[in-house]
Design a protein. Structure first.
Length: 413
């Protein structure tokens, strides 16, 4: 037992070792070179996963696909992180007290971050590159549907670490079934400081139920657009189409439209929405008020449909009688991810944006911009819908915590 404790202590000490920026960037450059050289192998392993996948869930299948563009994206993500400033050890604040104590608050690594995710092999790259540059060890628990893809990408990481004389345990893939994962969350066999689940509600609830350490929620989408009476209609159609149809499998895609009944030519505009969405191949369901105009459209089954994230070419159109009603409905039902108001009135937009409980709120722009790269963060670990400790895209800077350094000269209290 004594030896076991000693070994565990050494392991934790190794994990928390601060690496200098050049060492970390050298690993990332090695990773860029290795992925570029192993394109054919990565594609071949991904094909094994695609061939074995039963395409009963198109959104999950779309996220599973790795092609040359996706590999280019992985390399770009690594290169972006390599070029970003090292976030560790940055001074947040400094204070000298009357008693002589010098108190400095600095950024600090979390330690070990576990990512539990479904389908997307590119998370194996983007999650690990961010966590590593922020000096964290990372545990990757991907879905079995992406097993072959994840294995070959983790092998690339291990080659890059070894090429720079670093232990491969900095980035580790966990191969566990559901029961084993549940037991690991309850009683982790190694140091664990933070868990980030990336996936649907069932996965998130599973992690929240069983985890014993901090969980940072990367929530579902279920995003709303409110069309104000002061909206520019041509602009509304343009933004709505992009938000709904650009990438339906993304968590930042649009799911619900609320149109204000006080808008000029309300019925005509509803019919225009219906025609534009139908032409784009979007399935439309409506609430009771909207069905009085769009009588041929399917009526929503019940109020619970407002809480659904479709991840498909499907949308729910509803009618509200005021901005206040729209705000209440969005706050009650959305995934707290992204919400849009279409209006030309800045004051009206600001009221909406202040009162909506979402990680990102928009005036006259698509929800598809809720993305690390699009928002200038660079590669992202996830989109956090949590309020502790960060909300929105989780980039490099957000993968640190803080620590107080207190320098004294014998002071006592």
């Amino acid at each position: 037992m004594k030896n076991s404790k000693t070994n565990n202590y050494k392991k934790i000490t190794t994990e928390m070792k601060f690496l200098d920026t050049d060492k970390k960037n050298n690993v990332l450059q090695s990773m860029i070179d290795i992925i570029d050289a192993k394109r054919d192998e990565i594609l071949a392993e991904n094909k094994k996963d695609l061939d074995a996948f039963e395409r009963d869930d198109q959104a999950l299948y779309d996220r599973l696909v790795v092609d040359q563009d996706k590999i280019d994206g992985m390399i770009t993500a690594i290169r972006q992180v390599k070029g970003q400033e090292d976030p560790v050890g940055k001074k947040i604040s400094e204070l000298k007290l009357e008693n002589g104590l010098e108190i400095i608050n600095k950024t600090d690594p979390f330690g070990t971050i576990m990512i539990i995710y479904e389908s997307r092999p590119d998370v194996t790259i983007e999650a690990a590159v961010l966590a590593f540059k922020a000096n964290n060890k990372i545990l990757l628990k991907g879905g079995r549907e992406a097993s072959n893809s994840n294995k070959v990408l983790v092998k690339c990481w291990h080659e890059a670490l070894a090429a720079n004389d670093l232990d491969k345990d900095w980035i580790k893939m966990l191969e566990m079934n559901r029961d084993e994962t549940q037991e690991f969350l309850r009683n982790p066999t190694e140091k664990l400081d933070l868990i980030v689940p990336r996936g649907g509600e069932r996965l998130i609830e599973f992690v929240k139920q069983h985890a014993k350490c901090a969980v940072l929620i990367s929530g579902r989408g279920n995003n709303f657009m409110y069309i104000s009476p002061k909206a520019d209609w041509a602009k509304t159609i343009k933004v709505m189409l992009n938000a709904k149809t650009d990438k339906t499998s993304a968590c930042n895609a649009l799911d619900n439209i609320l149109i204000d009944s006080n808008i000029d030519a309300y019925a005509d505009k509803l019919k225009d929405l219906d025609a534009v969405l139908s032409k784009a191949g979007v399935e439309i369901i409506v609430d009771k008020k909207t069905k009085s105009v769009l009588s041929e459209r399917e009526l929503m089954e019940n109020e619970a449909v407002w809480k659904e994230e479709f991840l498909a070419m499907k949308i729910l159109i509803g009618t509200v009688d005021s901005q206040e009603e729209a705000i209440d409905k969005i706050n009650e039902n959305s995934g707290k991810h992204s919400s849009i108001i279409m209006t030309e009135d800045k004051d009206e937009a600001l009221t909406f944006m202040e009162q909506i409980d979402s990680a990102a709120v928009y005036q006259n722009a698509s929800t598809r911009f809720t993305d690390g790269g699009a928002m200038g963060v660079g590669a992202e670990l996830a989109i956090s819908t949590d309020k502790l400790h960060h909300r929105g895209p989780l980039g490099l800077k957000q993968l640190t915590t803080n620590k107080y350094y207190v320098f004294g000269d014998g002071q006592v209290r």
